[in-house]
Design a protein around this ligand. Structure first.
Ligand SMILES: CCC1=C(C)/C(=C/C2=NC(=C\c3[nH]c(/C=C4\NC(=O)[C@H](C)[C@H]4CC)c(C)c3CCC(=O)O)/C(CCC(=O)O)=C2C)NC1=O
Length: 161
């Protein structure tokens, strides 16, 4: 796993240089938003279950996936879907705190698309649910932190598509 600081330092290190102005600006922006990130992570943690619930209501409930024959049909599969959304929310929050998406590649996206395809989990519906989670989260944490979280929700969606 990487974060905004190690990413900038590693890229200077491979060039054998001190941090240049652009690298320092990146760090400055990261430090300046530190408080915002921590506050957002706190709010998300305290409301995780309701974020997932509201996102499901907005995107999946009473659609084809929840009807007999749909991939969310039966409580076991419904619960697996809710659990997956909770993973996406928690890992997007980690990535937002780190200011870097590498944790998503390593712990979430690696092999995920193949797993979903082999189980018949519909990727389009999953992306709709993640986008709904992005909206619900932004409404809760405010536009600035919401935009930052949006980067990582979108990262998961593009990793799945
Ligand atoms: C932390 C990283 C991590 C991720 C991301 C993860 C995902 C993940 N989701 C799975 C299943 C599943 N995922 C879903 C999800 C859905 N079905 C739908 O129709 C909806 C659109 C969608 C929810 C948004 C369902 C229904 C299953 C069970 C499929 C089955 O067993 O038939 C499985 C197969 C094994 C299992 O059932 O637990 C994995 C590995 N596991 C992990 O450890």
């Amino acid at each position: 796993m990487q974060d905004a600081i190690t990413a900038v330092i590693n890229s200077s290190d491979v060039q054998g240089k001190y941090l240049d102005v652009a690298a320092l600006e990146k760090l400055k922006a990261f430090f300046a938003t530190g408080e915002l990130r921590v506050r957002a992570a706190n709010t998300i943690a305290a409301n995780a279950a309701s974020i997932v619930k509201e996102a499901v209501a907005k995107s999946l409930l009473y659609s084809d996936v929840t009807r007999p024959g749909g991939n969310m049909y039966t409580t076991r599969r419904y619960a697996a879907c809710i659990r997956d959304l909770d993973y996406y929310l928690r890992y997007a929050t980690y990535a937002m705190l780190a200011g870097d998406p590498s944790i998503l590649d390593e712990r979430v996206l690696n092999g995920l698309k193949e797993t979903y395809n082999s189980l018949g989990v519909p990727i389009v519906s999953t992306i709709q649910a993640i986008q709904a989670m992005k909206e619900v989260t932004a409404a809760l944490v405010g536009p600035e932190a919401g935009k930052e979280m949006g980067v990582y929700f979108d990262y998961i969606c593009s990793g799945l598509s």
